[in-house]
Design a protein around this ligand. Structure first.
Ligand code: NAG
Ligand code: NAG
Ligand code: NAG
Ligand code: NAG
Ligand code: NAG
Ligand code: NAG
Ligand code: NAG
Ligand code: NAG
Ligand code: NAG
Length: 398
């Protein structure tokens, strides 16, 4: 074996030989070169059904599926049979599709702990009208693009799932979206906390990761104080909350309570500040993440606050949005339009990724800046016109 490898190395004359740590990956079916894939542990079909169950490597804890594993409309097995076939599979290398199936959950995959699609394959759970929860409760590391859409889901029940880079691939962006599940569909704050753990994971590739956040349960096990603004007003909210669940509305009469938000770091919902007499947003000095999944609403909307002359979100780092213009300031004090740094500071916090998605009275930062320059110019020319008039008057009167 070693001799074969060395010989292969000699032939390829590539840089690969210098670097034994770099895995060699067959572009089309990398599973065949993956040292984690043992012979006898391959599923060399794609749809799992009665006719293929005999070739499924039931005893392997790591199963490699170069042609993907499909549980679909053709899967003529019942939940009990699937559970039995899949019970030893802890690690899947290859894509997984649970697609157009008849099942009410994917609990037959409850023992599955990791899925590695080399970052480019997918974990798709889609078009299962009867599926009310996913229920893959052991699943943690997923190195796939994830799409969970158009099911009858009201819960994910995937409490451990997080997206991590594949140890055998170092390219491509991981992303995740869930959409068009049932009207009552909700994701827990713990689930979203896992999804957003890595800054690299894209959660709104098409701006359509939508749903609601589930009400906090007794079992909420987050390390920091987590409160529910969906059920109480700001007036009745506890102090010291670090995470908030629910859309946060700050309106007339709330001014005296905003100090309670000084500890807020992550908002699992959107932020709307409207018709207040607040003069600044300094009380949101620690706000880092605003993860809105509420359909058709901006992530941050600040409007009709006539006295608001300074806005800053110095800790802001990440937003999740369901609309094109995710951050909107409209009809606040004129001062906000007279200094483009309010707008640019927000872009800068968000790594300049929201250039077209942050607007002050409809203008992107650059246009806010340009209209100030224009105002200065027109002031300038008014001044020089004035000078001319003065000179002419002086001439006439002398
Ligand atoms: C070999 O791998 C190491 C670490 O993985 C890396 O720093 C180095 O640049 C690689 N060398 C070549 C020739 O690819
Ligand atoms: C799986 O393991 C069981 C018991 O360990 C054994 O009886 C069975 O033959 C094995 N099946 C295959 C396909 O290897
Ligand atoms: C999951 O990913 C993390 C981070 O990449 C890694 O440290 C951990 O060992 C992985 N766990 C498993 C079971 O693969
Ligand atoms: C992937 O590549 C990036 C830069 O190209 C490097 O910083 C990182 O350490 C690499 N990760 C792995 C797991 O090789
Ligand atoms: C939450 O806790 C309360 C009181 O401790 C209890 O009555 C209630 O049943 C619990 N709810 C759940 C869902 O565990
Ligand atoms: C701001 O509004 C609150 C109630 O909405 C009011 O009590 C307070 O006097 C107002 N402050 C100013 C400076 O207008
Ligand atoms: C806005 O408020 C922040 C924080 O108090 C301050 O650092 C900044 O200088 C203010 N900006 C302006 C233009 O007044
Ligand atoms: C955003 O762009 C500005 C201006 O081009 C630049 O000064 C700043 O460093 C950039 N910030 C980040 C985080 O890339
Ligand atoms: C809000 O601002 C827009 C232009 O930015 C203006 O057309 C509109 O009349 C304003 N609305 C109110 C209620 O002042």
């Amino acid at each position: 074996m070693l001799r074969f490898l060395l010989f292969g190395c000699f032939l390829t004359i590539g840089l690969k030989c210098d670097n034994q740590t770099e895995p060699l990956i067959d572009d089309e079916y990398p599973e065949y070169n993956d040292p984690r894939c043992l012979s006898g542990c391959f599923f060399e079909s794609n749809i799992l059904q009665v006719s293929t169950m005999k070739i499924f490597p039931t005893n392997c804890s790591t199963v490699c599926a170069p042609y993907s594993l499909h549980i679909s409309i053709e899967t003529d097995l019942n939940e009990k049979q699937l559970t039995n076939i899949l019970k030893n599979m802890k690690h899947l290398i290859g894509s997984l599709y649970v697609f157009r199936s008849k099942f009410t959950s994917a609990k037959f995959l409850a023992n599955l702990e990791t899925i590695d699609c080399y970052n480019i394959g997918t974990l798709t759970i889609s078009l299962n009208p009867k599926m009310i929860e996913v229920g893959m409760t052991s699943l943690s590391n997923v190195s796939c693009r994830v799409d969970i859409s158009a099911n009858g889901l009201y819960r994910l029940n995937m409490p451990k799932m997080k997206l991590v880079q594949s140890p055998y691939a170092n390219y491509s962006t991981l992303d995740l979206e869930f959409m068009s599940n049932s009207d009552d569909f909700c994701v827990t704050v713990e689930e979203m906390s896992n999804f957003m753990e890595s800054r690299e994971v894209v959660l709104d590739r098409f701006g359509r990761t939508t749903g609601k956040y589930c009400e906090l349960s007794n079992t909420t096990n987050l390390p920091q104080k987590t409160c529910d603004i969906g059920k109480v007003s700001l007036e009745n909210l506890d102090s010291g909350c670090v995470n908030l669940r629910g859309d946060l509305l700050i309106e007339e009469g709330d001014e005296e309570h905003v100090h309670k938000l000084e500890t807020l770091e992550t908002l699992f919902g959107n932020l709307h500040i409207t018709k207040t007499n607040l003069t600044n947003t300094n009380f949101l000095g620690k706000l880092k993440n605003v993860m809105s999944i509420t359909e058709d609403q901006p992530t941050i909307l600040v409007d009709f606050n006539e006295l608001l002359t300074n806005v800053s979100f110095p800790s802001l780092n990440r937003i999740l949005s369901t609309v094109h213009v995710s951050i909107q300031f409209n009809n606040n004090s004129k001062e906000l339009l007279q200094n483009p740094s309010f707008c640019y500071n927000i872009l800068n916090s968000l790594n300049n990724q929201t250039t077209y998605r942050t607007r002050f009275d409809g203008k992107v930062c650059e246009d806010v800046e340009k209209s100030i320059v224009k105002d200065d110019k027109s002031k300038g020319s008014a001044f020089s016109n004035g000078l001319w008039v003065l000179m002419i008057l002086t001439l006439v009167f002398v």
